[in-house]
Design a protein around this ligand. Structure first.
Ligand code: AMP
Length: 529
């Protein structure tokens, strides 16, 4: 007989079912030595879910969260799922103009922010009709936990269908308009289950969690991985290379963006002995340089597993983990992001959506149970980003440009994807996405600015560094530093150009388009010289 719980596709219920039988075992250990047992996770998420439930907000209400990384912020995410609401994480680097847009667009019922930001965020939120604004600080203080403390520590997870919305992740829009990628309970759970198997999670695995939790990598891939395996997490609220190296002997899995690997390589303590207990190093969110891949092999004795995914799709491809998934060829190939994950379809097509043969470069399109349903309240944009093939299959256009190459023999042969560029003009700096059009919009609005072009150039630490090239209005005198300073007050620091140049004109082609490639070439060695 089928019981109601078996019919419940609530992601929280699946994660909860994977908790170990010993609920007193440690689930999370923080850098200050605070220990959270599995029972603490169970009880705290129940109390928070009961608080959210008491607000009498409709199912599917958004809970927007703009707080620093903390275990309590993770508990709030889990409680939101548990109560059947939709989690909306916001990077704390986002400033007023960005929050104004997100709150206006998502219309959350609840906003949670740091106490220090309460004056301006609550004003903005109440002004837009948000009924509930709570505070949550890094030291566990704030009205959210104060209020939750009065609620019962048991709760039955809300019943959810697989395609019910679980989270909205805002991506930076190419035109400066961010799009909210709508991810369902089914998207998130199916991907987490595939990764649990494909990455061969073992009983006793311990994860070093050093990534932010407002993004797909840290919130979903890392947290779900550990939770679905009942694995302990060594939690770092901020990435600190020394703290990671110190924890390696007690851990077995680490996930990072390429910048983190570059920083770790600068640590003398990163040795083969320190990594002897480690099973798996995973990299993604931006291209891993082949030098980093090789230096890591040399220093740690481990081969980084590179994978590829995005907010709209969670994980899509991954280099193999188990020997049996790659033999008899070399399994993890540097410079590639590996074959499609089980159940995921990946194809490379030309501009007319015709599949290209192996080895040819084209647009990367994907499908699978992990692919999002669409952009929040943007049906036209959603329709533009999907295409249907002759068999009626719906493919999502990733905006990435890549190539599939066959490696291996016989039944072990696999098509490995390499990402060669981005059809959208995205810059990835330190693992964060920056869309030039958004920054150009802010610069062009400044007094005395006629036009501007923002590009990414190679940067030894961040992968790409953002730079701006600015043209003054006739008769105006501009100071590059002053413009950058003014931007700092408006937008997240990672988006602010590291260098700016004032020039008399931008290079353009015959069609009048700015030739960004010439700007990139001209400043190619700016940070690497
Ligand atoms: P986000 O939605 O912030 O996760 O950004 C997704 C984008 O990051 C993708 O569309 C790719 O352009 C890029 N990306 C993610 N993983 C990789 C990777 N391993 N190699 C190259 N680019 C990647």
């Amino acid at each position: 007989m089928t019981t109601p719980t078996q019919l419940n596709h609530n992601l929280f219920a699946a994660l909860r079912a994977a908790f170990p039988t010993d609920l007193d075992a440690t689930a999370i250990e923080t850098e200050t030595g605070a220990l959270y047992s599995w029972r603490d996770l169970e009880r705290a998420t129940a109390m928070l879910a009961n608080l959210l439930g008491s607000l009498e907000i409709p199912p599917g209400s958004r809970v927007a969260v703009h707080v620093e990384k903390s275990v309590e912020a993770l508990l709030l995410y889990l409680a939101t799922l548990r109560a059947g609401f939709v989690y909306l994480p916001l990077n704390t680097a986002y400033q007023e103009a960005e929050l104004d847009y997100f709150i206006g667009n998502a219309e959350p019922a609840v906003v949670v922010c740091a106490g220090k930001n309460f004056p301006w965020i609550s004003k903005l939120a109440f002004g837009k009709g948000v009924a509930h604004v709570f505070t949550l600080n890094e030291d566990r203080s704030g009205t959210l936990l104060d209020r939750a403390a009065h609620f019962a520590d048991t709760q039955t997870p809300a019943i959810k269908a697989a395609d019910d919305l679980a989270a909205i992740l805002y991506t930076s829009g190419t035109t400066g308009r961010s799009k909210g990628a709508m991810l369902s309970h089914g998207n998130l759970l199916s991907n987490a289950q595939v990764l649990k198997d494909y990455w061969d999670w073992q009983p006793g695995d311990v994860l070093i969690h050093a990534l932010p939790i407002f993004h797909v990598h840290g919130l979903f891939v890392a947290s779900h991985g550990a939770l679905l395996n009942g694995s302990k997490m060594l939690w770092l609220s901020k990435f600190d290379p020394k703290a990671v190296v110190e924890r390696l002997p007690r851990a077995s899995v680490f996930m990072g963006v390429p910048t983190l690997y570059v920083r770790l390589l600068q640590e003398a303590g990163l040795t083969r002995e320190a990594c002897a207990n480690m099973r798996l190093f995973i990299s993604g969110s931006a291209p891993l340089l082949i030098e980093t891949f090789r230096d890591w092999q040399e220093r740690s004795g481990h081969t980084i597993l590179e994978r590829y995914g995005m907010s709209e799709t969670i994980m899509l491809t991954s280099n193999p983990c188990r020997a049996s998934d790659g033999e008899p060829t070399p399994q993890r190939l540097g410079g590639t992001v590996g074959p499609a994950l089980p159940g995921v379809g990946v194809r490379v097509v030309d501009d007319a959506d015709r599949s290209l043969p192996a080895g040819e470069i084209g647009n990367v399109q994907v499908r699978g149970p992990n692919v999002f349903g669409g952009y929040w309240r943007m049906p036209e944009k959603t329709a533009e980003e999907f295409t249907t093939d002759a068999d009626g299959q719906r493919w999502f256009k990733t905006g990435d440009v890549g190539r599939l190459d066959r490696h291996g023999q016989g039944s072990a042969a696999r098509d490995y994807l390499s990402i060669v560029g981005r059809s959208k003009d995205l810059i990835i700096t330190g693992g964060y996405n920056v869309y030039p059009a958004e920054i150009e919009g802010y610069l062009n609005d400044m007094p005395g600015v006629a036009e501007s072009a923002v590009v990414g150039v190679p940067h030894p630490d961040f992968g790409e560094g953002v730079i701006a090239v600015i043209v003054p209005k006739p008769g105006a005198t501009l100071e590059a530093e002053a413009l950058v300073g003014a931007l700092k007050a408006k937008i997240a620091n990672y988006k602010v150009p590291k260098r700016a140049f004032v020039v008399s004109e931008l290079p353009r082609n015959a069609m009048g388009k700015v030739q960004k490639n010439l700007l990139r070439d001209g400043h190619r060695e700016l940070f690497t010289r």
